[in-house]
Design a protein around this ligand. Structure first.
Ligand SMILES: O=P(O)(O)OC[C@H]1O[C@H](O)[C@H](O)[C@@H](O)[C@@H]1O
Length: 315
């Protein structure tokens, strides 16, 4: 069974029946798509930014962090969930921080080109962003960005991006990218990240100087803002208090950004509570060190899959 967004938009109603896919009004009247599985897992995606703001397990527990101070007012990006950084990660270019995909209104993609089938019984929504005249003034390249959001039968959350150069002027374009995933954690001091040990990273807190990770796993006791380079495809975030492992698998995205702002930076952000840094950790599947170049007609794919295991896993 695959459930397309369009079958259900027409059936928007106030019924409390748990539909697999539904479009409802979110904060400030912004449209959001709700994906639900029979086992009780769910996800929510705002069309503004194609921004996943919620991902819940079978017990209805939230697995993503969304700030209580998040501002749902375009053009401000939403703080938390999974912002999409495209066509620029951070300030690595002439665009505003993290590019513009996270503060554009996306639309439903009613006829996406096929993707290789994976698990059955998944709930899917396909969104699309195309460059507008306004965007072309700040980034002069035509593109089509298709994002498929899939909630699998076991509650796994897959994001598949397909970005195509649709320019007719023969010009290639180059971009950097990240799925800026904010995980919810019970206590940052009790969290460990595995899968990044012994790797090189660029430290954003030290002018992006290159270092080599020395620890057996990564733990947190102050601000961390690093771009780990050429990482394995699987990274695990162990939440000791919850006895839960959040697992990220990625494809086409060699790097992984790890970020926790800690107390000082937290206080400086208007859309982030002073103490919220204790309950979040960003691990971001990314392509930063080697930006991606697409010639006209070429397409790039990048995928991130999130799942959970209710014990502390050895990756
Ligand atoms: O505040 P934002 O623009 O959403 O960026 C939030 C953070 O994103 C990434 O993780 C960067 O590595 C950080 O340097 C940045 O502070």
């Amino acid at each position: 069974m695959e459930t397309g967004a369009f079958d259900l938009i027409s059936k928007m109603s106030s019924s409390s029946e748990r539909k697999p896919l539904e479009v409802v009004k979110g904060v400030n009247g912004l449209d959001k798509v709700v994906l639900r599985q029979v086992n009780g897992t769910s996800a929510e995606v705002y069309l503004y930014g194609a921004h996943v703001t919620s991902w819940k397990n079978e017990q209805g527990e939230e697995l993503l962090f969304l700030s209580s101070k998040a501002i749902f007012k375009p053009p401000k990006p939403i703080r938390g969930g999974i912002p999409i950084c495209f066509p620029q990660f951070s300030n690595l270019g002439s665009l505003d921080q993290h590019g513009f995909a996270r503060n554009r209104f996306w639309t439903f993609d009613d006829d996406p080109p096929p993707l290789p089938p994976d698990a059955n019984h998944k709930v899917i929504t396909d969104l699309i962003l195309r460059s507008t005249k306004e965007d072309l003034k700040i980034w002069p390249y035509s593109f089509e960005y298709r994002l498929r959001i899939t909630l699998g039968p076991g509650g796994e959350l897959m994001l598949t991006s397909r970005i195509r150069n649709t320019g007719t002027d023969g010009k290639p374009f180059t971009f950097s990218f990240a799925y800026h995933t904010y995980f919810s954690v019970s206590d940052i001091s009790e969290v460990r990240v595995e899968g990044l040990e012994t790797l090189d990273y660029l430290d954003n807190c030290q002018k992006r100087e290159r270092f080599t990770e020395q620890g057996d796993s990564i733990t947190f006791e102050s601000e961390v803002d690093r771009i780990y380079l050429s990482t394995p495809t699987k990274i695990a975030v162990m939440d000791h208090e919850k006895k839960r492992t959040l697992v990220m698998r990625k494809d086409g995205l060699p790097d992984a950004v790890v970020w926790n702002p800690w107390d000082k930076k937290a206080k400086a952000m208007v859309d982030f509570g002073d103490d919220e840094y204790k309950h979040m950790l960003c691990v971001e599947a990314a392509a930063v060190e080697k930006p991606i170049t697409l010639k006209p007609g070429e397409e790039w794919r990048g995928r991130q899959e999130l799942s959970t295991v209710n014990k502390l896993l050895d990756p």
